[in-house]
Design a protein around this ligand. Structure first.
Ligand SMILES: Cc1ncc(COP(=O)(O)O)c(C=O)c1O
Length: 500
């Protein structure tokens, strides 16, 4: 592989107006004889949709994505976002009904976040938290704790949710080793719950289809039922009664495995996978009692539910329980920078204050100063625009608007809370008969995702559990946008039913 002479690289299309911007720099790059690089993209002569498509198909690996269809069709390439809208390279404008990935809570292209990032780069562009601290991490930890559920007093930063899950489990294991209970290592989590993709976080995840190709995973994780009230087994008189039953399954699992072997129970206050499984507050109360009884760490995974999504800053507050650890990420920066924060009770930090003890764990980019500065500016937006209150006030209207869709034969259930809802699709409303595998394939993958997008709505049609459409729009919106979403969903779901 030869290194070419210095060569002027022109181009990089500006996304704001002008088609081309000359990057006045010289660079060298490897002359790759072994593969066809895209000269147009490298030179920046003309980077239109056609070239981007070709290059993406040749070199880019999309996450959680089937690539076979892109052999014969184009992928969607989003080149710009502003407010509630995404703009693609084919000139289409769509409503962002998923906040990117449950993350852009304050809406897209916030000038305040861009300014905070630029200022921080000139002040302190980078410093890790390895043996040194920096002011923005200190300030952010203090600020985050001011919103947190009671007793959480310490923050371990990561770059995302899965890393925070991973970190929580490792802290739990080391904590029990340091405090004379070395056999407490196991984790209990809920069926169909998603907690991340690294080996540890994936082991805690309760979706078998996502795990099988990576087995053997980290041993010692066990699943209990989730709180899918729509499909609750048995004849429970109320959601509360069902919640107590589901919570008691956690106790059963702890007793079955042996309390002296169980370190933690991981739970999302609203479980995303499967479609927004809420739980009665009594469920969390009972789970709290069980964890206290057996000295099991209660970890609330608020990767999605944190930062206003449910109408409180954190869902643990909304549902009235105090976790021992709380995983957060995504909305912490409204996704303008990657950042995660694991909140902990001081109790779990105590043994790490002593002697020569360290927690041998960390990430190069965790608590990146730019991410921390953006998170602080994001929290200012939350306060100034009263975003959490906006969700709390408007959530019932959002629910009512979506519930109108229940008059459609394909809509079995509408559930969720805050600005986080799922619409479950069925073949038969009366019996709650779900779609067959073939129907799910045909309707969800073969139709809905594209049809919704073509109709102007980016959201997610998912069948990791039963088939659902998931909505988690920016927290800035209100009734006008709810109607817009409902109209698009109605039109597309009527067509989906016709195709079933
Ligand atoms: C509940 C939950 N936990 C963990 C994760 C993993 O977060 P990340 O992708 O930031 O690693 C996610 C991602 O969506 C999530 O929803």
């Amino acid at each position: 592989m030869a290194i070419q002479d210095s060569r002027k690289v022109k181009g990089l299309r500006s996304i704001f107006g002008k088609r081309k911007k000359v990057v006045d720099t010289t660079t060298t790059y490897a002359d790759r004889d072994d593969l066809p690089l895209n000269d147009a993209i490298l030179s920046g002569e003309e980077i239109g949709d056609k070239e981007l498509q070709r290059s993406a198909k040749d070199h880019l690996w999309l996450h959680f994505t089937r690539h076979a269809p892109y052999q014969s069709m184009d992928m969607t390439i989003i080149e710009r976002a502003e407010g509630n809208y995404l703009y693609d390279t084919k000139g289409r404008k769509v409503f962002d009904g998923l906040s990117g990935l449950f993350a852009v809570n304050a809406g897209h292209a916030r000038q305040e976040l861009a300014d905070a990032a630029a200022k921080q780069i000139m002040q302190l562009d980078y410093m890790p938290l390895w043996s040194y601290a920096h002011p923005k991490a200190i300030e952010l930890a203090e600020r985050l704790l001011s919103y947190a559920p009671a007793h959480l007093n310490r923050i371990f930063f990561t770059t995302g949710g899965g890393e925070a899950v991973e970190t929580a489990w490792k802290i739990a294991k080391q904590y029990f080793k340091l405090t004379g209970k070395p056999t407490k290592t196991k984790v209990i989590s809920r069926m169909t719950a998603y907690h991340g993709t690294s080996h540890g976080a994936l082991s805690i995840t309760g979706i078998a289809a996502m795990k099988s190709m990576f087995e053997p995973l980290v041993p010692s994780t066990f699943r209990v039922p989730n709180t899918n009230w729509y499909r609750a087994p048995g004849n429970f008189a109320s959601e509360e009664e069902f919640g107590i039953w589901a919570a008691n399954r956690v106790e059963e699992a702890i007793l079955f495995e042996g309390p002296d072997t169980v370190a933690a129970f991981f739970v999302e206050p609203i479980q995303n996978s499967g479609g927004c499984f809420t739980a009665h507050p009594t469920y969390f109360k009972r789970v709290r009692e069980i964890c206290d009884k057996y000295d099991v760490i209660l970890v609330a995974d608020e990767t999605i539910t944190g930062y206003g999504r449910t109408g409180e800053m954190f869902a643990s507050i909304r549902y009235g329980f105090e976790p021992d650890m709380m995983v957060t990420a995504k909305g912490i920066t409204s996704a303008a920078q990657p950042l995660g924060a694991l909140f902990l009770r001081e109790k779990y930090f105590e043994p790490f204050k002593k002697d020569q003890v360290i927690f041998p764990h960390g990430y190069t980019f965790a608590a990146h100063p730019v991410a921390c500065a953006v998170a602080l500016a994001n929290l200012d937006i939350f306060d100034e625009e009263r975003l959490v209150e906006n969700v709390r006030v408007n959530s019932p209207i959002f629910r009512q608007t979506l519930e109108k869709l229940k008059d459609l034969p394909i809509v079995g259930d509408v559930r969720g809370d805050g600005y986080f809802f799922a619409i479950e699709l069925v073949q038969d409303k009366a019996t709650k008969l779900t779609l067959t595998k073939e129907q799910s394939e045909k309707i969800l993958r073969g139709f809905l995702n594209n049809a919704l997008y073509d109709a102007g709505l980016y959201c997610r049609a998912d069948d990791r559990g039963d088939p659902v459409i998931q909505l988690a729009p920016p927290l800035t919106i209100g009734p006008k946008e709810f109607n817009e979403l409902e109209q698009i969903l109605r039109k597309v779901l009527i067509e989906a039913w016709d195709r079933l």
